[in-house]
Write a new protein. Sequence first.
Lengths: 281, 182
Amino acid sequence: MIRTISTEEITKNICEMCIEANHCLSPDMEKALKKAVDTEASPLGQKILGQLQENLAIAGEEMIPICQDTGMAVVFAEIGQQVHLQGELLEEAINEGVRQGYVQGFLRKSVVDDPILRENTKDNTPAVIHYSLVAGDKVRLTLAPKGFGSENMSRIFMLKPADGIEGVKQAILTAVKDAGPNACPPMVVGVGIGGTFEKCALLAKQALVRPLDERSQIPYVRDLESEMLDKINELGIGPGGLGGTTTALAVNINAYPTHIAGLPVAVNICCHVNRHVVREI
Amino acid sequence: MEKHITMPITAEVTKTLHAGDYVYISGTLYVARDAAHKRFMEVLDRGESLPFPIEDSAIYYMGPSPAREGKPIGSAGPTTASRMDKYAPRLLDLGQKAMIGKGKRTQEVIEAIVRNQAVYFAAVGGAGALLSKCIISSELVCYGDLGAEAVLKLEVQDFPVIVVIDREGNNLYETAIEKFKK
């Protein structure tokens, strides 16, 4: 059965999701940040984590964005094969939602129209949209406004197969160490292993929107996530980069088949304001 | 150690600040980030004067979200300071005494801090809603066409920061990490 969905519905939802994501963290992120207050060893680190709790409360109560960098809007649009979209082009509907959300929600307009000419588009469009066709008759939208303090510290490493899992561990630690205080720790580390150059980066971005309490289904990847979280927290970077035992809240890793000659590793770093909202229409 | 200071800030005051001090700032801060700094350099290259008094000033690297009605400003946390590293030494040599941001600085900036008896503070990144509560007023100085990157003049009250690089060149980002590294 074909199900018809109006693109106006998509616009309305994206608009609301932009506002929601920038004022309220998802429950998994809130839980991880709360837990960190109890386990942090540094007194200054504890104080900073306490301020982050206070910040979240003010953001939600007074509708002030959690962070002034309300990000570039990244959208994952998973479209059921039985869906018929009625109305304007989906890309335009999503961008209209971003435009409305960022203007109505008093969110910062942080997008420039060209990377070299750099004129602000004044409505935070365009979004970065990743489409995929999936089974079913629904549209699943994930919105992740991405701040650039941490985005700038993200890396891709084209390793050799001989580098193996030790090479992957080194790559992750190198990216996190270099990011240090710039990425607003405690961070969430999204890692992609495998695929091609661009697929690997996308895997890392998708890893960031996976709930923090959900571990990988693949046994070796699950072990790697847990080992890397411990190793990252032993670096000493801590909250705000001012020393401590909470450098990362989670390490989420996605793997994908790759070429016989390659071992790509992408490390997409996100700050403690790891925003993601999911809706199914 | 906790301290209270008022901006603008003189060399007599920076002398009393040490890496690791927790400081509450009151007084005037100027807000500028990437695009505004680029324009400052162009202004100086043309031999003109900067749009605000640079002597003993404090620049807050920040680009706020828009203010809701009745509020002086929106969310207002620090941005990554390293993007201003290319411009900071020139401004410090002209008399700027304090920078507020987050993240690492280059050796050139650290040397300019020491040479000019200046100071680099970090505010907590990602706490923009909380920090906005310490901002009493905000007015546009110039470059309104830059939107979130315009130059602003802020009056702040007990704005919390931490001394990261002091005028002796001590760097808290390096020393604090060593304490917790395993």
